[in-house]
Design a protein around this ligand. Sequence first.
Ligand code: AMP
Ligand code: MG
Length: 518
Amino acid sequence: MLTFDNRFLKELPGDPDSSNQLRQVFHACWSRVKPTPVSAPKLLAWSDEMRQALDLSEADLQSPEWVNALSGNGLLPGMEPYAMCYGGHQFGHWAGQLGDGRAISLGEVVNRQGQRWELQLKGAGVTPYSRMADGRAVLRSSLREFLCSEAMHHLGIPTTRALSLVQTGDFVIRDMFYNGNPQAEKGAIVCRVSPSFTRFGNFEIFAMREDKATLQQLVDFTIRRDFPELADYPEQERLAEWFAIVCSRTAHLVAQWMRVGFVHGVMNTDNMSILGLTIDYGPYGWVDNFDPSWTPNTTDAAGRRYCFGRQPDIARWNLERLAQALYTLQPEREIYDEGLMLFDQTYNRQWAGILAAKFGLGQWRDEHEALVNEVFDLMFHAEVDMTEFFRQLAEIEQDNPNLETLRSAFYSEALWQTFKPRFELWLQQYAGWLKQGGQTDAARKLAMNRVNPRYVLRNYLAQQAIDLANQGDTSLVEELLQVLRKPYEVQAGKEHLAGLRPDWARHKAGCSMLSCSS
Ligand code: AMP
Ligand code: MG
């Protein structure tokens, strides 16, 4: 038996209407709504770490009661399903009320260690916030969210988690590239798990509606439940301190994304977690050949607002929107200027540390900047694989640097030949820096391999797992789940999951381009 303590419902104002009708919801943070049952739920995969964090046995999770709960076909004692009301800035513009259009929270579990984990089904049917859409999710996007949440966790990057992946037995119609080709796809539901699913947009909606009372309640609640470290803070300084923490957590999050080449793809303010977690895995992707302008999101291909290299700037822009919302409660500019300055400082400091660690340079020094910028520029023009490059860089011997060591990170023989002389020059300089760093090759390699993953969920790998799962074969899901548990360790027999993106995947849908359709 799990213990539920549904504080979001208990302590925040809710919508008195519990009908499942589309509507604008005012002066309320949530609406009660039941998941819509599905026809033939089947548990495809689960995260063992998350299962244990919830004090569940394998038998529990596979029991008909749990499979029903995880697919929206039943509720367990203590579950009180609801959808959240939030808004957001999408692609730079205020979009009004959005809300959980297909996510339904089941409640907040408090585990034996006293940790709070909210369970939330994604794709469990329509809610009052579904707007024109069906409340469902396809297997393709659900599998991507399930695998990536857990992979991110094991990479050491803050993220919402995933307990389970259920196939619904129903079909969902999606026009994947919005080009007039609707297809029936298999439906699925992920049970996501997080201490909190509150987004920047939860605050923005009340500020935009000039509903200060509800905004104040949500701020107080968030600080109380999600930032207990602020409980003893003097009341007049609490908001400032809280905003500062959100700024520094967000800086940390984005610096970590940049470290591993993760591109979120849709950094709208409704997709920004107040806890600084990666949230809402949609058309995300992993950089293969290093390219700061790369975006996996076809919807964003023209503007590239959410491309790899812009993520820090966009995170800051989103924090400015949160500041704007909080300003309505406490109109003191300095609070927000200071928080945003802290974002800049935190990001810059962390990024410098990450670069020093990725390159094995020991302490970061300003002189390193030119060296790093030069190789990033070379990597971009020569189309060098980011993940493979840093693993191979760890193999370089400072007394005998051999460029051939880096050969395997190049996609193109022609570009390798063209850029060889420039890389050779760079490598000589790099080896010189290494000597100044004073570490042994062996020690440096160990340290570098702790920050440069060998295995990431490359887009084409996720797509292969999807293609197989659509045919009823979840073996690659299992294999990826297993290998991505230890992303920094070389794993025997798993070379096929570590290499460069194969040629066939370069321009294939799902492997290099993804739409928001999910
Ligand atoms: P996203 O771009 O996935 O973050 O979604 C933006 C908004 O659209 C959120 O309010 C979602 O709940 C909603 N949404 C996305 N897909 C669906 C769907 N299939 N049915 C209902 N609402 C959806
Ligand atoms: Mg979203």
